[in-house]
Structure formats: structure tokens, C-alpha cells
Design a protein. Structure first.
Lengths: 114, 110
């Protein structure tokens, strides 16, 4: 299985500021994703991070609010821009790896916006 | 995907009993299903998966059953232990996207 780390593990931010979350994988992976999990709820896909091209965003998520970088096959960043309290969530990095294409998740970044 | 609410369904079982967690999906084109376990403060952890050409798959103390006719998935945990207390999510894949269900909170009591 892939080992995924995220930084920071948690943060408390002021509204109007931006936070960049880093995701590092221990092996090269083609498919990398970013999810949001609001308090007490399920996971929602934000976007697919594509290496060498722009990320593919799901309905309701836009690049200006959640810019994503994917400079290589082991690393990606998600920025939460111009934050408001509604952005308080867990942000999770996920990758698909192995012969079966199993999807694994990082430990998450817990964000609280005041 | 499914709509989500503010409160998770909760299943309370006694230690040593078997647990059954159910999940309904809506997309008949889904061909791959996964169960995840999420403990407090952690990311989802892969438990077991099943493809649509199967109706049952077993792992260590866990069994996943798939009924494509009624679009129903279940996770059975044998001899439930306190360490099994967590939120369990089913997820279905059609195309490239993995869509998650609402989640069920499993509480194991001594």
C-alpha cells in the first residue's frame, strides 16, 4: 500500500487568509486526489491532481478557490484561498496505487477558520 | 453519490458479537466497491474491496457481500473488538471517481 503524509496536520487560520496543504507519497502514482470532509460528514471529491497539467475540478469547486499543484508523481499541494469559517473541514489527499488500483488516504489536515 | 446529513447512523454491538453494516448505492454502472474504516482523528483506512463480478469476498474477520439486484453492499465483522469502534464508509467507483456513502458509526461496548 502507498504511504501518504500531509502537512500541516492541523491549523487554525483567520478568515481572508490562505493555507497551502502538502501531500507526499512514498512511491510514484499516476492518480492523486483531494477530498474534503466537513464535520460529521462523508468525503467529497474536490479535484483530481494531474501531473503536468491543470487539475480537474468537481462540480462546486473552482480553481480560484482551491488551486492545486502537481509538480511530479509523488507530490501535490492544495491551497484553500480567501478562507471563511465555512471552509473549516478536514482536507484529505488520496492516491490510487497497486495492480488493483486501490485508493488510499493520507491522515488529513484539520483546518479551523475563525 | 449519496446525499449526506449531519448525523451518522450508529450501530452499537457488544464485544464478541458479529456486526453487519449496510450500504445502498444508486449507480447501477458502478463496478468497484470499497469499505473504509475511519478512526477519530485519522484518515480513512482501506478494509476490503469487491468488484461487480463477485457477490462475496472474505478477509481477516471481515466479509463484504454485494447484491447488484437491489444495489446493496454490506460489511460483516466477526467477533467485534473494541478496536473496531470507528466510522465505516462504503464507496463505489464508476469511471474515475470514488463516491462515498454517508458512513455508519460502530460502537463496541464491553
Amino acid at each position: 500500500s502507498a504511504v501518504i503524509s500531509q502537512k500541516p496536520s492541523r491549523d487554525i487560520c483567520q478568515r481572508g487568509t490562505s493555507l497551502t496543504i502538502q501531500c507526499q507519497v512514498d512511491s510514484q502514482v499516476t492518480m492523486m486526489f483531494w477530498y474534503r470532509q466537513q464535520p460529521g460528514q462523508s468525503l467529497t471529491l474536490i479535484a483530481t491532481a494531474n501531473q503536468g497539467s491543470e487539475a480537474t475540478y468537481e462540480s462546486g469547486f473552482v480553481i480560484d478557490k482551491f488551486p492545486i499543484s502537481r509538480p511530479n508523481l509523488t507530490f501535490s499541494t492544495l491551497t484553500v484561498s480567501n478562507m471563511s469559517p465555512e471552509d473549516s473541514s478536514i482536507y484529505l489527499c488520496s492516491v490510487r496505487s497497486g495492480a488493483q488500483g486501490t485508493q488510499y488516504f493520507g491522515p488529513g489536515t484539520r483546518l479551523l477558520v475563525l | 453519490g449519496e446525499s449526506v446529513g449531519l448525523h451518522l447512523p450508529t450501530l452499537s454491538v457488544q464485544e464478541g458479537d458479529n456486526s453487519i453494516i449496510n450500504c445502498a448505492y444508486s449507480n447501477s454502472a458502478s463496478d468497484y466497491f470499497i469499505w473504509y474504516k475511519q478512526e477519530s482523528g485519522k484518515g480513512p483506512q482501506f478494509i476490503i474491496d469487491i468488484r461487480s463480478n463477485m457477490d462475496k469476498r472474505q478477509g481477516q474477520r471481515v466479509t463484504v457481500l454485494l447484491n447488484k439486484t437491489v444495489k446493496h453492499l454490506s460489511l460483516q465483522i466477526a467477533a467485534t473488538q473494541p478496536g473496531d469502534s470507528a466510522v465505516y464508509f462504503c464507496a463505489e467507483m464508476s469511471g474515475y471517481a470514488l463516491n462515498f456513502g454517508k458512513g455508519t458509526s460502530l460502537l463496541v461496548t464491553p
